[in-house]
Design a protein around this ligand. Structure first.
Ligand code: HAM
Length: 423
């Protein structure tokens, strides 16, 4: 029978690479705690309508990339392509706003988008993200940026930068869209097909086009910052001033509009230096109107970002930032003859209760083959146990890293091994 393979655009995260994930997750959780964030876990799939209304019907994500299917009761369901809309859904459904006026929630989860796979672009990928729900104040926007930067810095990343813009409030956007359309109208035929389509449906997304001829035209396009309402301008200025005060370098990118429709006011991205085409390490911004799009009676001001873990690993690999991963196994118990196999099995069980990682022979192999396996497993020690050792209550403990050997009293084995960890 034909062997079944994994789906294009998905990855098996195998050991020892999975240790890189654990290392990153541990660091993330540490920084999240410092900023007062708590973890939220939402379902892998949601009603399709949540994303259609939340992210926007005309976005690439909703119109082209979602994994949507009908369940047996003919409901349209979608594997989450992002987690902001689900988090806000959960916030509203569970009345989290009543419990606390500011909810700081973070997630580390798999997302699904049917994009063309390439380096740094997958169909199942993983994000860590934060959503600060409740505050309207610009301090909240800046705080999420500082949090993201702290994570990258804590992981040692050097080659990255911050791009920031404001996409304004509704009033600013109405004014800006008409200015932009007026500017583009005489040159409409010189724009690419996608931009021509966006001219009516979503003109601000034209700013995001990477096509060279569009780039030339867009270089002299009006800037949204010049069209901001008083409120949007002062909000943006405060965000920037707080970044300045906290020593953050950033670049204002007038063409940063983001690919999801829910943003208002601040929009920003973390850009990785050596990542090629898929260089967005993360992105986010404020999304004060999303809650109402998905059914809230009143606005719920919120801000957050999400960042790709696969891209972060690529960036960290480029800068060689992963510490040498600790080998997990403390001791391999090799046995030969008589009742040693059963005794070794029992000893392993006792050692494990002392937080010691133990491997025993499970294939019935010779002592020589067991020693080969002990070396292959990366175990720090091998304990060699036979009939005589059992009778005397003493056995040889071989340090496989130092190629040294000592005799230990079996009853003191746990203490000996734990002691060696400190050395
Ligand atoms: P996004 O810009 O669509 O925003 O995704 C955030 C990050 O997820 C990207 O910068 C990238 O690192 C990673 N990413 C996206 N698509 C892929 C893919 N196909 N393969 C690998 N990595 C990918 C959001 O998802 C918003 N929910 C962010 C947000 C949170 N805004 C406010 N709160």
């Amino acid at each position: 029978m034909k062997q079944i393979k994994r789906i294009k655009g998905t990855q098996d995260i195998l050991p020892p690479i999975s240790q890189k994930w654990q290392y990153i997750e541990k660091t993330l959780r540490k920084v999240m705690r410092c900023y007062g964030y708590n973890e939220i876990r939402t379902p892998m799939f949601e009603m399709t309508e949540l994303f259609a209304r939340g992210i926007g019907q005309l976005t690439d994500i909703v119109s082209k990339e979602m994994y949507t299917f009908q369940d047996r009761s003919k409901k349209s369901l979608t594997l989450r392509p992002e987690c902001t809309a689900p988090v806000i859904r959960a916030y509203l459904e569970n009345n989290l706003g009543e419990a606390r006026p500011v909810q700081k929630l973070y997630y580390i989860s798999a997302m699904f988008r049917q994009e063309n796979p390439q380096a740094g672009r997958l169909r199942q990928f993983h994000q860590f993200g934060v959503e600060c729900i409740g505050p309207q104040a610009p301090e909240a926007d800046t705080e999420t940026i500082l949090l993201g930067l702290d994570i990258y810095q804590e992981l040692g990343l050097k080659n990255f930068s911050v791009k920031i813009n404001s996409v304004g409030d509704v009033e600013s956007r109405v004014a800006y869209k008409s200015q932009l359309k007026k500017f583009l109208k005489p040159q409409l035929n010189d724009l690419c097909q996608t931009c021509r389509e966006r001219y009516e449906s979503n003109p601000m997304r034209i700013l995001d086009c990477k096509n060279e001829s569009c780039n030339e035209i867009l270089a002299s396009a009006p800037r949204i910052l010049d069209a901001l309402s008083e409120n949007a301008r002062s909000h943006f200025e405060k965000v920037l001033s707080l970044l300045d005060q906290n020593g953050v370098e950033y670049e204002i990118d007038h063409r940063l509009v983001r690919g999801l429709d829910y943003y208002t006011f601040t929009a920003y991205e973390f850009i990785g230096g050596g990542l090629g085409a898929q260089n967005a390490l993360g992105g986010g911004g404020r999304y004060d109107l999303l809650a109402q799009e998905i059914g809230s009676k009143k606005p719920v001001p919120s801000v957050g970002f999400a960042a790709g873990i696969e891209r972060l690993i690529m960036a960290m690999d480029k800068e060689n930032l992963f510490p040498e991963m600790r080998k997990n196994v403390d001791v391999f118990i090799a046995t030969f003859g008589g009742k040693s196999q059963e005794a070794g099995f029992k000893l392993a069980h006792e050692l494990r209760k002392n937080d010691i990682s133990v491997l025993t022979e499970l294939m019935g192999r010779s002592l020589k083959a067991q020693m080969r396996e002990a070396n292959r497993s990366g175990a720090r020690f091998a304990l060699i146990l036979g009939e005589d050792e059992l009778r005397n209550g003493r056995a040889a403990l071989k340090d496989l890293q130092k190629s040294e050997q000592q005799e230990v009293v079996l009853g003191k084995l746990a203490t000996e091994i734990l002691k060696s960890r400190q050395m």
